[in-house]
Design a protein around this ligand. Structure first.
Ligand SMILES: C[C@H](O)[C@@H](O)[C@@H](O)[C@H](O)C(=O)O
Ligand SMILES: [Mg+2]
Length: 439
């Protein structure tokens, strides 16, 4: 686009905002552990020396603590200012390590928690900037890259015992020849989604019923419901949901880390009569072997184990895959350190033959996964079998280029960038200053 070259495009400033939406008022997003989430984000705006060309990126939070991430991003600011886009892309792993392994800052990470959430917002903003520079939506920019270019973007540190750069290259090359067909298919049909909109724990029976009906009329064949607060109550709600959606549609449940390992097994045995496709986050996201134990015990019941939204980095995913702990891999576009690390998890999942069903919802996550699942299908997995991306219908109206669904499918984004630019009006209205939303 620009008369400026990539090497001359300099990031001149990084602003970060604490944005909070009061979703807890209506129990939107509520689950067994997060009973009152206010969907929020730390929102990064990068300004450049090219008038009007900015990068926007976010990381998703639940309200309190967003100010801590803002602080962490402020501590990383000096690592970003003055860099050219060309310099970053020439050696992206080096730039990632600058953010994640800054010798003092890494002590409060490394590659996990607040610092990694902040890293995601920055890295996502850089990808947004790059895709706008190329005048392409991010998914298309990635799809048009050669396998050799993609692998150079990834930091294989600590995962080479599971996937080498050479193996990643072979995976990508294996699908290169047929990419065009899948790209056309995605533009025509979109990527299949499932909905969690009906399943929040704080909803009344009436609301659950009507949202199930709505989901069916939109064409959804996969529905996810929250569990874990109380067994009797869960059985009652699952009866209600099954009576609405019928015996054939896929039903998934999500415990958001509520249980012990054995408790997960015992609890799910009680729910197995509802023909559950997966149990999501039964226990701690760090418990790789615990998930493996649960997966082995639930296999005869045909219940798969899914996790990922709170898995902090590629190393945890590596171990989950190596230990056969999961049947569905659910990386989060903001908990991992941005686009690059997500792509690495896609490639590892492909090698271990575990389908990726990305976590979404929150604020901005659907906008992000929309790009990423397209890339996964077109360039990495080449299959839609057992693959559905989460969709939740909240807060899209605040984005300049919101996700567009066609029935129950994600459509390919058209606007250049990575779709996380918030409307100016929304940024002003929901900015959280001095412990109160600004008005
Ligand atoms: C607090 C959030 O809404 C979670 O409940 C949500 O991410 C959930 O686990 C999901 O899978 O969508
Ligand atoms: Mg979940």
């Amino acid at each position: 686009m620009q008369s400026l070259s990539k090497d001359k495009l300099i990031i001149q400033s990084l602003d970060v905002f604490d944005i909070r939406f009061p979703t807890s008022k209506e129990f939107i997003g509520s689950d067994a552990m997060h009973t009152n989430p206010d969907y929020s984000c730390a929102y990064v705006v990068l300004k450049t020396n090219c008038q009007g060309l900015e990068g926007h990126g976010l990381t998703f939070t639940l309200g309190k603590g967003t100010e801590v991430i803002v602080s962490s991003i402020e501590a990383q600011r000096e690592l970003v200012i003055g860099k050219s886009l060309g310099e970053i892309f020439k050696d992206f792993p080096k730039f990632l390590r600058l953010l994640t392994s800054e010798p003092q800052l890494r002590w409060i990470g490394p590659e996990k928690g607040v610092v990694h959430l902040g890293t995601a917002a920055i890295v996502n903003a850089i990808w947004d900037l790059a895709a706008k520079f190329e005048e392409k939506p991010l998914w298309k920019m990635l799809v048009d890259m050669k396998p050799e270019e993609i692998v150079e973007l990834l930091d294989f540190r600590y995962v080479t015992d599971a996937l080498t750069k050479q193996e990643a290259l072979e995976i990508l090359k294996g699908l290169e020849g047929t990419k065009k067909i899948r790209e056309e298919e995605m533009v025509r049909d979109g990527y299949p989604a499932y909905t969690t909109s009906a399943g929040w724990l704080g909803y009344s029976d009436e609301k659950v019923r009507s949202l199930c009906k709505e989901a069916i009329s939109q064409g959804y064949n996969h529905i996810k419901i929250k569990v874990g607060q109380d067994l009797k109550e869960d059985i009652r709600r699952l009866e209600l949901v099954r009576s609405e959606i019928g015996p054939e549609r896929k039903l998934m449940v999500d415990a958001n880390q509520k249980w012990e390992v054995q408790e997960s097994i015992d609890y799910m045995k009680q729910l197995s009569k509802f023909n559950i496709w997966w149990i999501e986050e039964p226990t701690s996201p760090d418990d790789i072997l615990g998930h493996a134990t649960i997966a082995t015990a639930l296999k005869p019941l045909n219940i798969g184990v899914a996790t990922g939204e709170q898995c902090q980095n590629r190393i945890i995913f590596k171990q989950l895959l190596q230990a056969k702990s999961i049947s569905f891999c659910q990386p989060d576009s903001c908990r991992l350190g941005g686009v690059n690390e997500v792509l690495l998890v896609f490639l590892m999942s492909k090698k271990f033959q575990v389908p990726v069903c990305m976590h979404a919802g929150g604020v901005g996550l659907c906008e992000y996964v929309n790009h990423l699942c397209m890339f996964d299908y077109i360039c990495v997995s080449g299959s839609l079998e057992n693959r559905v991306t989460e969709f939740v219908d909240h807060l899209h109206e605040h984005f300049v280029n919101p996700v567009i669904m066609k029935g129950s499918r994600y459509t390919t984004p058209k606007a250049p960038g990575y779709s996380a630019e918030l409307k100016k009006q929304s940024t002003q209205q929901f900015q959280f200053i001095n412990s109160t939303p600004s008005k």
